[in-house]
Design a protein around this ligand. Structure first.
Ligand SMILES: Nc1ncnc2c1ncn2[C@@H]1O[C@H](COP(=O)(O)OP(=O)(O)OP(=O)(O)O)[C@@H](O)[C@H]1O
Ligand SMILES: [Mg+2]
Length: 254
């Protein structure tokens, strides 16, 4: 089947304007199956707009996009069956417990054994102990992890994570990063958006920088680094970063 060999995501000449505001002005990129692709850009660069188009929530003005081999314009239902989207703002139900949220989604997707699916995901995201508690009592990091866990129910081959760690503390970010790495290691294709350079460095197989409606560069971290002149040798005292200090004090291994 051609869908097996083709890249998981193929985007060509994508354009989108909101009235006079031309947000995407011809965006092209591809994402290989089982890889992590980071779309990097400042506030307002158009990251969420691109993710919404790829997840069929928004129609482009021009260009084409295929996800899991399906065209977002003409095969939207197939695209939706192939993906999950974790939006920029968590979509968990506060009144329910973490476990109840997971069971609910598994039931909505008509999966067998919703309880077991929920327990597996709670364990995978280190939420077993908190599983019975109302989400209203969760920290931001726990909510985010639950949100990502919910998006994995049904094992979609492609997942979109829109700013998965915005607003999280360094420890919670590392937990989310770990979860994302495990996903890709298991063959899931991950497209994430971020405005954090270190997040893209840590996670992504390839990084694309979206700026003023276009992809400025697209490559591996090493390829992007080679765009600048080679590093000069300088003798300076290496100061720990604030993040190093924070993490050593709160005791998280990087
Ligand atoms: N529905 C809309 N109507 C009008 N303008 C919009 C709409 N949605 C987004 N925009 C504008 O389009 C631009 C791109 O927005 P988008 O949400 O895609 O950016 P982003 O890269 O996700 O930013 P952030 O990092 O802040 O989440 C912004 O200037 C935004 O104000
Ligand atoms: Mg956004």
């Amino acid at each position: 089947m051609t869908t097996q060999q083709a890249p998981a995501i193929q985007v060509h000449g994508l354009e989108k304007a909101y009235k006079d505001l031309r947000v995407l002005r011809g965006v092209d990129f591809e994402v290989a199956r089982g890889s992590i692709f980071a779309l990097l850009g400042s506030n307002g660069a158009g990251k969420t707009t691109a993710v919404k188009i790829l997840s069929t929530l928004l129609k482009p003005d021009a260009g084409t996009a295929r996800v899991n081999g399906f065209d977002v314009a003409t095969q939207a239902a197939d695209v939706r069956e192939s993906i999950s989207l974790t939006g920029q703002f968590a979509a968990v139900d506060e009144i329910l417990s973490g476990r109840e949220n997971l069971v609910l989604v598994a039931r909505l997707r008509h999966l067998r054994n919703p309880g077991r699916i929920a327990d597996d995901l709670l364990a995978r995201f280190s939420l077993t102990d908190a599983g019975g508690r109302k989400v209203a009592t969760y920290s931001g990091g726990m909510r985010r992890r639950l949100d990502i866990a919910m998006s994995l129910i049904g094992d979609p081959p492609v997942i979109f994570l829109d700013e998965p760690t915005t607003g999280l503390d360094p420890q919670a970010r590392i937990e989310v990063w770990q979860a994302v790495k495990e996903l890709a290691a298991n063959g899931t294709t991950v497209l994430l958006t971020t405005q954090y350079l270190d997040e893209a460095e840590q996670l992504a197989d390839r990084i694309a920088i979206l700026h003023e409606g276009r992809i400025l560069v697209n490559g591996t971290l090493d390829e992007l680094k080679r765009l600048l002149p080679p590093a000069k040798v300088e003798y300076v005292e290496k100061q720990p970063t604030l993040e190093d200090v924070f993490l050593s004090l709160v005791g998280t291994k990087a």
